[in-house]
Design a protein around this ligand. Structure first.
Ligand code: UN1
Length: 495
């Protein structure tokens, strides 16, 4: 696929952008150009919305179990192509191949799970307060929905958003991240092969400033579902608010692992390494703080320091590599800056803290897995999202203090606690103010049939994934059937 020009997918046609502008996509592990991605404009968004609007009318009338049949086929095709998709994902995003396979699997799981919803999409039936009257609620599609997906999970997050939208009878206009367009291109081809009617999914490649903004402006797009940075999310929310457009946001995290004095330390170390340095820390759910009880602080530091030296860093296509590159130069710079911030704030650097520039690493965007200790909760490195392989260790005296520190950040996506005490487990799961809580596991690894999202600055009250995702892409409709043959007035004609 070297240097291939990708095309937009609008109304079932593969189209060049009208301005004929493209930009290069590079493999972060090698800095080689892999494809060219269109930089579309408002015109393409308008065409996509027109196509979606037309397709949605008939798609909504297809019985949901039949809509689901298409998703089953999508799932089968993804499964058949799993290894090829995973290799491409590693090439465009940099995540190591084992994780790429995991991400593609997440998409496959979502296909089969949401296909199952075709035979559920449950509403409620409920008694009416009046005689000879029937009452129920049903889920109605919202119409045309806009989805904006990030580069860090280019296929999984696309499936979290598009599959529930599709099964519920909507049509989709999708802007994938320009850093990782190959997954979107491949998924669009799969939709086509699976027999999804033309126009039900439309892919428009381009920047947030052009394509994203144009999507917000389109009256006919009734929902925007976005995953990405807090700054962009706030901007989208403001603009959608003005237009009374429903908006579902999934943004940053500053996730912590709490290690209590009675924890299984070997397990905690494994959980921290996996959730902090996996995907080079570029997950919304990544662990970037370790809040540790002072009794086990030194032992935990020693073990982490030792294990970090064993992590192999490099091109994720190599099966033995555990940590891949950072997505691009800008991301690398951001991480590097936070190291300086941490040092200035007085944090003690125990491991890493630098760009890897010698040998094979010179060819890509590699950053050494980093561990700071003696961090205090108010330091910027303990408050702000870094989105890289950087962990801040914060010592505490009690679980209450640990929970307070966990909750003291702007975000509320994921948290975890390692303890063997059942009382602590239940108190912690109640008091941790995050949308996802793990007991005796790291902060990553959400499963697709549960709601995914967070509190405070992480989101705006909606959830991706799980049945909760259907709430984003449907309107509740209350239906009353009066079979009494006479006018019955609610609240008035009640004996
Ligand atoms: C993300 O980082 O935006 O829970 C998504 C996890 C993955 C999804 C992460 N299943 O870590």
């Amino acid at each position: 696929m070297r240097n291939e020009k990708l095309l937009n997918y609008i109304g079932g046609k593969w189209m060049e952008p009208s301005n004929n502008r493209f930009t290069e996509v590079t493999n972060p592990a090698t800095l080689e150009t892999i494809v060219q991605v269109p930089l579309s404009l408002k015109q393409e968004v308008k065409e996509a919305v027109q196509a979606a609007k037309k397709a949605q009318k008939s798609w909504a009338l297809v019985p949901a179990p039949q809509r689901a049949e298409v998703l089953f086929r999508v799932g089968v095709l993804m499964k058949e192509n799993k290894e090829r998709l995973s290799q491409l994902l590693t090439m465009e995003n940099g995540k190591v191949i084992e994780e790429a396979r995991g991400e593609v699997q997440e998409g496959i799981d979502m296909a089969f799970y949401m296909a199952g919803e075709g035979r559920r999409l449950f509403g409620q039936t409920t008694p009416s307060e009046l005689k000879d009257k029937f009452a129920m609620s049903v889920r109605a599609p919202v119409g045309v929905v806009g989805i904006i997906t990030p580069w860090n999970f280019p296929i999984a997050i696309a499936t979290w958003k598009s599959f529930p939208a599709i099964v519920a009878g909507n049509a989709v206009v999708w802007k994938p991240a320009t850093e990782t367009p190959i997954m979107a291109y491949e998924l669009a081809k799969i939709f086509e092969e699976a027999g999804l009617p033309k126009g039900v999914v439309n892919v428009v490649f381009g920047s947030g400033a052009d394509v994203g903004e144009a999507m917000i402006e389109q009256e006919d797009i009734r929902v925007i579902s976005f995953t990405g940075s807090n700054e962009v999310g706030r901007n989208i929310a403001g603009k959608c608010g003005q237009r009374l457009k429903k908006v579902s946001l999934e943004m940053g995290g500053k996730n912590a692992v709490i290690v209590m004095e009675d924890a299984d330390l070997s397990l905690a170390v494994e959980g921290i390494l996996w959730s902090a340095y996996g995907t080079s820390g570029q997950r919304c759910t990544a662990c970037s703080r370790v809040i540790v009880h002072e009794d086990v602080k030194e032992e935990l530091e020693k073990r982490l320091q030792h294990e970090i030296t064993k992590l192999t860093i490099g091109n994720g296509l190599d099966e033995t590599v555990k940590v891949g590159p950072i997505i691009n130069q800008k991301g690398l710079e951001k991480v590097r800056n936070y190291i300086e911030v941490g040092k200035e704030e007085g944090a003690v650097l125990l491991a890493g803290g630098h760009v890897l520039e010698s040998g094979e690493h010179r060819k890509g965007n590699y950053f050494a897995p980093t561990l700071f200790t003696d961090v205090t909760a108010d330091m910027r490195i303990a408050q702000e999202e870094i989105f890289g392989p950087v962990v801040s260790l914060i010592p505490v005296k009690s679980m209450e203090e640990a929970i307070e520190i966990n909750n003291s950040v702007e975000f509320g996506l994921s948290s975890s606690i390692f303890t063997r005490d059942v009382n602590k487990v239940f108190a912690a799961q109640r008091d941790l103010d995050t949308g996802i809580v793990y007991i005796n596991a790291g902060t990553t690894g959400a499963e697709i049939h549960l709601p995914f999202g967070g509190t405070k600055g992480t989101g705006n009250g909606h959830r991706d994934s799980g049945v909760a995702a259907l709430d984003v892409f449907t309107e509740w409709k209350a239906v009353y059937v009066d079979f009494s043959g006479k006018l019955q007035r609610a609240q008035i004609d009640v004996e």
